[in-house]
Unconditional design. Structure first.
Lengths: 182, 215
């Protein structure tokens, strides 16, 4: 039996509430969706996050699948729509990135704002980041490397490094907001 | 980010049986029927039909103009419900066709204004608040349409929001052909104008919603 026919049958069972069939379907779809995203958005270095978001979208949209129609076009359209939505969000994050960057940097450097206490909060937020994100911020903001140079040093594409820095700012921003330093 | 296995397991555990949505044709037909009954019903309850309006429908130009005015109810809603199901192909031509009756209605009005009106212009049957009636009668069908579309999965765009406005406002606009005075410039300003305004406002509010909640 081909993928198309099997996925179709698994989805019909999933629509009826069959958890086992659904687990099998998701396990089979995960690499397909990941590869699709890698091909389309590989340069962003965020395909893992996107893959889970897209599978979540498939989960939420499963009632829109009509068993009279082929499965793959339905699935890839959901993935396409979701990735467009995610890119729209990301675009906004990139727009805010400069503002975030300035605020994080200022909080770390500006002793006239709230002084040493803020610096310490920023250091703590930085330390709590996952290793690859922390390195990305340290290289670009503390060591002052350009995105391209930092990307070379980390052996990733410039876009992937940008994505890491962007996600790092987002996490740090949340933490600083919680602690009242931002 | 949870691992792949944990993630799949959590979705599996969340799984509940779902009822697949009905076909776009059926959903569009149901929405169109409810909208037609509601909009015409409200307009008939709030004022009389213009005397002689049904006899006037025997005239080809007037009948065509009126029927074309009602068409976006189906053309726009059918495209919207098709766009609401992932994997159903909707071409640019389909979208243009969905808007086409609205443009044809405009062409008929301009023809009537500058060349030959479908009926002898007259104040007979004039409603004093027709402009507001087109606006407010469109609102409930529009909300109902948005609710129906929220059940599916659309990638919303300004064009889709405009289609929503066009679909919802076409019935009160076209019904005015029978329940208000006939005069092309009056129709352009007070029947067609508010319908276009509903479409534009829907697009603007839709974009705002996307900016605030979808990005």
């Amino acid at each position: 039996m081909g993928d198309e026919q099997r996925w179709k049958e698994l989805m019909v069972k999933a629509q009826a509430g069959d958890q086992q069939a659904y687990g099998q379907l998701l396990t089979e779809l995960y690499p397909v969706v990941s590869n699709y995203l890698k091909k389309r958005l590989g340069a962003l270095g965020a395909e893992e996050d996107f893959a889970q978001e897209c599978l979540m979208a498939i989960h939420n949209a499963r009632h829109t699948y009509d068993s009279e129609r082929p499965f793959s076009p339905w699935m890839f359209t959901v993935v396409k729509y979701k990735s467009i939505d995610l890119l729209r969000k990301k675009q906004r994050v990139w727009k805010n990135e400069v503002a975030d960057e300035d605020l994080v940097t200022n909080a770390a450097e500006d002793s006239n704002t709230k002084g040493e206490e803020d610096k310490e909060l920023v250091r703590q937020a930085l330390q709590s980041l996952p290793e690859n994100m922390r390195r990305a911020v340290e290289l670009t903001k503390i060591e002052g490397l350009s995105t391209e140079d930092a990307a070379k040093k980390e052996d990733v594409s410039a876009e992937a490094l940008r994505a890491r820095v962007s996600r790092a700012y987002k996490i740090m921003r949340k933490q600083l907001e919680k602690s009242g330093a931002y | 980010m949870p691992t792949k296995e944990h993630f799949i397991q959590s979705l599996q555990q969340e799984l509940t049986p779902v009822t697949p949505l009905r076909s776009p044709r059926v959903r569009a037909a149901l929405w169109s029927l409810v909208t037609l009954v509601f909009s015409v019903g409200v307009l008939l309850l709030t004022g009389p039909i213009r005397p002689g309006a049904f006899q006037q429908m025997l005239g080809v130009q007037f009948a065509l103009e009126t029927i074309i005015g009602f068409l976006p109810l189906w053309t726009a809603s059918y495209v919207l419900f098709r766009l609401n199901i992932p994997g159903i192909e909707v071409s640019r031509g389909d979208v243009i066709l969905a808007f086409a009756p609205m443009l044809m209605f405009l062409v008929f009005l301009i023809y009537g204004l500058y060349v030959a009106p479908a009926l002898e212009p007259s104040m007979l049957g004039k409603r004093h608040h027709c402009v507001f009636e087109v606006l407010y009668v469109s609102l409930l069908p529009l909300v109902f349409l948005i609710w129906q579309l929220s059940k599916g999965y659309s990638l919303y765009s300004p064009t889709q929001f405009m289609l929503m406005g066009v679909a919802a406002s076409s019935v009160p606009m076209a019904t005015m052909q029978l329940v208000c005075m006939y005069e092309p410039s009056h129709i352009l300003k007070f029947h067609f104008g508010p319908a276009v305004m509903v479409a534009l406002l829907t697009a603007i509010l839709g974009l705002l919603w996307m900016k605030l909640f979808k990005s």
